[in-house]
Design a protein around this ligand. Structure first.
Ligand code: PMP
Length: 369
């Protein structure tokens, strides 16, 4: 059994224990400096080495090409829903693929700065599927096309990102990858800009990662706060203002952990990808084989990171959640907009955690089914 309970929170979420232990050991004295990282000037050479190492490790881990800048920003993904149009919506036309609760929010926020057209919208179907991108009503000449690669609430994930060029669309693709960044390789050739809050696969809330194709970073709209200008933040090496230094330090420890991560004879992102595939297959297999529990998402777009599930006998949900947490399976309650349950199984959730959940589901079903 794991020394700690298994934590299935959707975010902020569980982190590797070895990262937390290293941070604890270094809390008061980082590498003999006599200072903790929280106490250091962001302009000190010590912190400069932390942020440069974090950036180069992230670039290596996620295979981010050199024509992308990596920015360490603040405000979370919801702020990016405004920051992106403020930087990119120069003609004021934005296309959004609405495939879940988060992309719906992105469309609403972008509409404050641009005319937004929803190229697809699956709200009527309860956000359970993704229509083929070839059926999307993409427009000519828009500033960008936005999508959310993994819908954290609805449990819907793009198995692969659409190739807009092949669809005759020359606009850049903007991806909210908050909840699946670093869970699998991305095809960067299809991406113009991607962003994500750190608090799922990467580290503490308060840090937002932005991966921006350098050619896309031009002067923002006049209304854009300077601290949110991609071009300016990139020029200043994420130091236009004080960045979230401690969160960047923890993220850096997670990148090192991920680079060393091994699974099935693989290492790094390939190993995480393989483990995530196996974890998801194990959990969906158990749900599909159950007469009590069910996942309602189209199997071709089921998320590997966030698995919403329901008890067919919904009056048993509270009992299930209470017993699960007594058994050391924590934070399985579904999002308030959906009800039911949700297991978030990010990188730091080991296969043994998913196996423990599956064993518990089966045991619960024997007792209550
Ligand atoms: N987009 C996605 C896909 C998310 O999962 C979340 C957070 N759960 C957000 C946006 C909002 O992020 P934040 O709360 O960091 O602004």
């Amino acid at each position: 059994r794991s020394p700690r309970p298994y934590n299935f929170s959707a975010g902020p979420a569980c982190l590797p224990l070895s990262v937390l232990e290293q941070a604890a050991a270094e809390m008061c004295d980082w590498q003999g400096t006599g200072m903790g990282v929280m106490e250091m000037s962001h302009r000190s050479s010590a912190f400069q080495s932390i942020i440069s190492q974090a950036e180069s490790d992230l670039r290596q881990l996620a295979q981010v090409p050199d024509d992308f800048a990596i920015l360490f920003m603040q405000g979370g993904a919801l702020a990016e829903n405004a920051i992106v149009p403020l930087n990119l919506a120069h003609t004021g036309q934005v296309d959004v693929a609405v495939t879940g609760s988060w992309s719906a929010k992105s469309a609403d926020e972008a509409a404050r700065y641009a005319h937004v057209h929803r190229v697809t919208d699956t709200v009527q179907d309860g956000y359970r599927s993704i229509p083929a991108p070839s059926t999307w009503t993409l427009r000519e000449g828009v500033d960008y096309v936005h999508l959310c690669s993994n819908e954290t609430i609805d449990g819907v994930e793009f198995a692969e990102l659409p190739n807009l060029r092949e669809l005759g669309c020359s606009a850049p693709l903007v991806v909210d990858c908050s909840s699946n960044q670093l869970s699998r390789p991305f095809d960067w050739s299809r991406i113009g800009l991607a962003f994500g809050g750190a608090q799922k696969n990467i580290g503490p809330a308060g840090l937002t990662l932005v991966y921006a194709r350098k050619a896309l970073m031009k002067s923002p709209l006049a209304a854009c706060p300077t601290a949110f200008s991609f071009e300016r933040v990139a020029r200043d090496g994420s130091m236009f203002n004080t960045p979230p230094t401690y969160a960047i330090y923890i993220a850096g420890l997670v990148f090192k952990w991920a680079l060393r991560f091994q699974y099935a004879g693989l290492q790094g992102l390939a190993a995480l990808d393989a483990q995530n595939r196996d974890k998801a297959a194990l959990l969906y297999g158990a749900l599909d084989g159950s007469a009590l529990f069910e996942n309602r998402v189209d199997p071709s777009v089921r998320s590997r990171m966030n698995v919403p599930f329901f008890l067919r006998e919904s009056s048993l949900t509270d009992t299930f959640l209470a017993q699960a947490s007594q058994a050391g399976l924590m934070q399985l309650k579904g999002h308030k907009s959906k009800g039911g349950c949700r297991a978030s199984i990010y990188n730091a959730m080991p296969l043994s955690g998913v196996q423990a959940l599956v064993d518990f589901l089966q045991d619960f079903e024997r007792r209550h089914g």
